[in-house]
Design a protein around this ligand. Sequence first.
Ligand SMILES: [Zn+2]
Length: 295
Amino acid sequence: MKSDLDYVECSVCGSKNFKLIIKQKNIGYNLNLVICKNCSLGLLNPRWTKEKYANYYKEEYDKQYRPNIQSEKEKDICPNPILERFKNNNIDILRFKNILDIGGGSGDNLMAFKRNNSEIKCFAIEPSIKAQKNLTQKGVQIISDDVDTHWEANFAEKFDVVIMRHVLEHFLRPLEVLKKVQQVLSENGILYIAVPNNLLEKRSAGWLRIAHTYYFNKYTLSKILNKSSLSIQALYLEDKYNRFEIFAFAKKGLVNLDIQVNKKVIKSQEKAFKSALKIKSYFTVFKNTFNSIFR
Ligand SMILES: [Zn+2]
């Protein structure tokens, strides 16, 4: 029988040298959280194959995490945290013409930009069939249902903003996706990216889950952005909207940061994972996810 699992190397540094953090037992598979001993990236290794994840995101993911996505009416969420963060960084929203949300979901973020600038054209990449319908109804153009296709080929330097809110940690090939984003950003285009902050010992429940293939911290996020020729303009570890995430603004351009990850960082990351795992509910969520998928 063909295996549903793949073994991978580190997406940030290419190393194959990992330390096991937690081994999944009693689920019929070895599907483990490991840490890269070279750069501190956390990842599931082995993990599901591309095919298995693609099926999962079409319908199963929404059932588990976004059950109300179809019925969500356009909400007048004020303020929208992403829009507010743009404003707080003195970024002129009115100059944007085309905006792409990778993992557009409910479309709330795109609509927040649209409300502030009615001229803006909205685009999305979204695997969920329900979410695609929802986005289309809101006038958003779906350019792909899969980040791993060659969607970038038709959109060179097209987008003034690319939003990647809590999606990088779901991807199978995050470095390759960021390289595509670099190609589709306009000359002064801005990438907004947010991921969970894995150096925190306290986390929001469900941080460890089958959907999260990667577990970034400020070092590994910075390294993977730099490796994609995306230059970080600002990086924040928390603000009043969210205490558990890292968010950053980046532009394409020469990268001048040489981020070194020393042994101390790797130890801190390992300690943070282990502390977070001590809270039982986190592990239960992970296990329940496996059970519902495999049975
Ligand atoms: Zn690594």
